[in-house]
Design a protein around this ligand. Structure first.
Ligand code: PLP
Length: 436
């Protein structure tokens, strides 16, 4: 016989005594909810509630949760070959993925595997520096942008902007030259001046011999869904190339349709020398990353001299399960490109509605990413209003995770119109209900 029904919330209302959650503060935050299953845009909680995942579980769940063809591809691969050392062996899932990604990106012909966005950036960084070393003309200066985020490992952290996240480690982070970033939004009439000023700044920085310039094309993610215009990126790319520096595109978030094109660099019409990809790569099923590289860069590593070797690798390099998931995800993506190409049009009317609320400003939209800022006196990641909005939305069955005062949606491609409307409805009510 079944016992009395348990009170749903109580069972999980405490922080677990053994788990340590990322970016989480037990002393201040609500404890994590327990998830039982995921289907499409839905997360099913153990307490019986359903929640719409409006940020694709930290931007990885590309199509939706539990996508059956990806699940099947992983299961089939697991029965065939689960893992093999990639220094001495190769396998078909890796070969197929390399062929498909290099074909999708004309001009980038080499693919190096790692296992998350940060390591994909680390790999690009080390390759760029060793490229100059192998050529016998070492260059040391690295340039990144204000507000950039490139990951949480040390090299990636150093490339990112100094922030609340990096303060405890600041003395150990290597120096990176930082260029102004002309973020823009609907109705911004200052953008031209700020773009010119940023380009002038870049020209000055490039007077020092530069190994590489790294950027998140079109949209800076963690930095607050800060968007720039394609024309600005074209000007940046021209200058970087003229200075002979390598251009690194961190497309860990923007890759795989997020900005309305398969890759943001394509939408911006720029050609980087190295690209970091991860998050959406496996459709959000498995941790995997790749760095795509121009053949000319690779060739400086090919030499009789063993010292030219790229001595870098991870235990799970080119994990066959990850490759199988990525191949299945690419097949889905290619079968219905209109799903990412058309997403901006589905966001637009909702964002227009939000933009009419007096406490919001700077609406902006790029592909599947829609963002708007709370008008607050002290903007930033620690701003409390974001947390209040998160809580209010969750009560309505919508999971959002504002970046401080920055509200954004980044839904999986399978989210339908009614579900999208539900997300925006919850957000509007949450914003209207703000007390502070
Ligand atoms: C998330 C992210 C990273 C880091 O990826 P992880 O998989 O979290 O290590 C790097 N760059 C960008 C642009 C990102 O959005």
């Amino acid at each position: 016989m079944e016992g009395p029904p348990r009170k749903p919330e109580q069972a999980h209302a405490r922080w677990h005594p053994h788990l340590w959650h990322p970016f989480a503060q037990e002393a201040l935050h609500d404890p994590p909810r327990m998830v039982r299953a995921g289907h499409g845009p839905w997360l099913e909680l153990t307490d019986g509630h359903r929640v719409l995942d409006a940020i694709s579980s930290w931007w990885v769940t590309l199509h939706g949760h539990g996508e059956p063809t990806i699940a099947a591809a992983i299961a089939a691969q697991a029965r065939q070959l689960e893992q093999v050392i990639f220094a001495n062996f190769s396998h078909h899932p890796a070969v197929t993925l390399a062929q498909r990604l290099c074909q999708a990106w004309p001009g980038l012909d080499r693919l190096f595997f790692s296992d998350n966005g940060s390591t994909a950036v680390e790999v690009c960084l080390k390759m760029a520096l060793q490229y100059w070393h192998n050529r016998g003309e070492p260059r040391r200066q690295l340039i990144a942008f204000d507000g950039a985020y490139h990951g949480d490992t040390f090299g990636a952290m150093a490339l990112g902007a100094r922030s609340l996240f990096t303060t405890p480690f600041a003395p150990l982070l290597f120096a990176v030259a930082r260029c102004r970033y002309p973020a823009t939004w609907w109705g911004d009439d200052t953008v031209e001046d700020r773009e010119q000023s940023a380009l002038h700044h870049l020209d000055q920085l490039l007077e020092i011999p530069t190994a590489a310039v790294i950027m998140e094309p079109l949209v800076q993610g963690v930095g607050g869904m800060a968007m720039v215009r394609p024309a600005f990126l074209q000007q940046v790319a021209q200058r970087v190339q003229a200075a002979g520096a390598l251009l690194v595109a961190d497309e860990v978030m923007t890759g795989f349709g997020r900005t309305g094109a398969l890759f943001a660099s394509h939408r911006a019409d720029i050609q980087p020398d190295l690209v970091a990809l991860s998050k959406g790569l496996t459709g959000g099923f498995l941790p995997m990353a790749v760095s795509l590289v121009r053949e000319g860069v690779y060739q400086t590593f090919v030499a009789d001299n063993p010292r030219h070797t790229f001595f870098h690798g991870h235990s799970f390099t080119a994990n066959p399960l990850g490759c199988a998931a990525a191949n299945a995800s690419l097949t889905l993506l290619n079968a219905r490109p209109e799903r990412y190409q058309g997403f901006a049009d589905r966001h637009r009317p909702h964002l227009e509605t939000l933009a009419r609320l007096p406490c919001l400003e700077h609406p902006r939209l790029c592909g599947t990413v829609a963002a708007i800022d709370l008008r607050v006196a002290q903007p930033g990641y620690l701003h409390q209003a974001g947390r209040q909005i998160q809580r209010a939305c969750l009560e309505e069955g919508v999971f959002l995770r504002p970046l401080g005062h920055v509200l954004y949606l980044l839904p999986p491609l399978s989210m339908n119109d009614a579900q999208l409307e539900q997300c925006y409805g919850a957000l509007v009510r949450a914003v209207q209900g703000l007390t502070s």
